[in-house]
Design a binder for this molecule. Sequence first.
Ligand code: GLC
Ligand code: CA
Length: 581
Amino acid sequence: MERKWWHGKVAYQIYPKSFKDSNGDGIGDIPGIIEKLDYLQELGIGVLWISPVYLSPCADQGYDIADYYQIDPMFGTMADMDRLLEEAKKRDIAVLMDLVVNHCSDEHVWFQKALADPDGEYGQYFYIEEGKNGNPPTNWRSYFGGSVWEPIPGTDKYYLHLFHKKQPDLNWRNPKLREEIYKMVNWWLDKGLAGFRLDAIINIRKPLVFEDYPADREDGLCDMGQVLEHASGIGEYLGELRDQTFRPHDALTIGEVFNVTDEELKEFIGENGYFSSMFDFRQTLEGKSLLGWYDCRIPTPEDYKWCCFKSQKNSEGVGYLANIIENHDEPRGVSHYLLKEAQHEDGKKLLAAMYFMLKGLPFIYQGQELGMENGAFQSVDELEDVSSLDEYRRCLEVGCDEAQALKVVCHYSRDNARTPYQWSDEEQAGFTTGTPWLKLNPNYRRINAKEQMARRDSVYAWYRALIRLRNNPEYAETIVYGETVPVLTAEKDIMAYLRSGENQRLLVIGNFDGESRKVNLSGIRNEDERTTVPGAVKLLLNSQKAVTEEYDQKAQGREKECPVDQGILTLAPYQALILEV
Ligand code: GLC
Ligand code: CA
């Protein structure tokens, strides 16, 4: 695999509305991000992805863009953005913005012109179709519920929106539209942006013929996943996008791609792929149901482990994945992948180690490094997210009572990860001096950055230690490029893998069991059948010890502390260890 500057970095996602408010209006903003760059640098972050800050009426929290060349006043000004790029650069932090080009906002001037004259030039920027016998053109269901077709008043025509009706889909079949997009992407890259996260990008290709597919619910509609299976040839657009924009700038691009088969991975992130990397969503999809959130199943630690192993195997020698446990669309990782009884600091550190040490580019979503948890919503009125409101309706429709519906939505809601960042235990968690736009999690008195930064055995300290280890030249090569070899796989609720480099092997092992466990390390063999020599085991990190300062002084001479006796390793409940073996 060709080596890239970003392979060894650690990435961080900021959801600007909820990160840091600088002016007391209750909404996080760009000056707020600038204020916290030192915090990110200190943590060890090298790549920053910022969710949309473009001009937007915010029907879908900025993922509905009214002008790609303007910053929304709610977030600041273009001068603020320029300053952010400059200040990040000083700290050796590369900035990625969100590229949302499957759709724009219905308030974008293109769409306004299209509405005024659906048959004119700008009508071609969108998908505008005539209805069929008084019905919408097809029976496709929007990701946010209801038909993807919205009638255009005063006509017999409809426009297509796969997401919210305020997010009309852009017509990528139109070369003029594509040119506009490339021009805009290049404009941002010329400004000094390092690259983009590509939003919902797989949706830009639609089936050639707009027709009905078999309904999968009583509403007579069918899921977009099914529709997209009939849309082949996305490579044509993605290849062109890459060649016209990303490649000449050597941009870093991370795709939000859900519907790619294992076989297609190479096309997307292999050598000469469309993107630099893409998120591994395998564990995110585990347990999901086409019927809606009410029918989803929460993954077990075993499910989690096998998802990771499958993706690691599949991407080995092909490309470099981006690894996550959460983002702004998912429940908090610690509230989703950990069993209830494991949702404490030990459990959180365990999960952190397991995903962070996988091969790939680790992304930390804001607050994850504190072990921030799902929101504490008491009523559906406290939720802002469009899809949560739709899923709530859906729960009631299939017969749940209100309490059940609330419980389901409170687990899966996208607002769980969108609650304001918990900086301190002061009023409003130090996030704002005003009233936060979304309800704070009241647990900020207990879980906050200020407290955790001062404590050497906190979740924050653990993340920092993991990042230090990744950045340590003594181990970086193995952590960044070593192969992932699952071991001890038959041990239920133990997740263990080797990172196998040229002259070095690291063992990452964690215990998701509430009981302590003994495992036999001499059962671990390398490809060449060399057995592990238990005597030569060296402890690098232990999640149940205060590690930060010690680790900064270099991981060495700690063989004696290693809990291995005659090849038998004893793991305390929820303990994670990283060993050199
Ligand atoms: C992506 C974003 C999500 C947004 C959707 C539509 O999935 O992550 O937040 O709602 O695209 O833009
Ligand atoms: Ca603000």
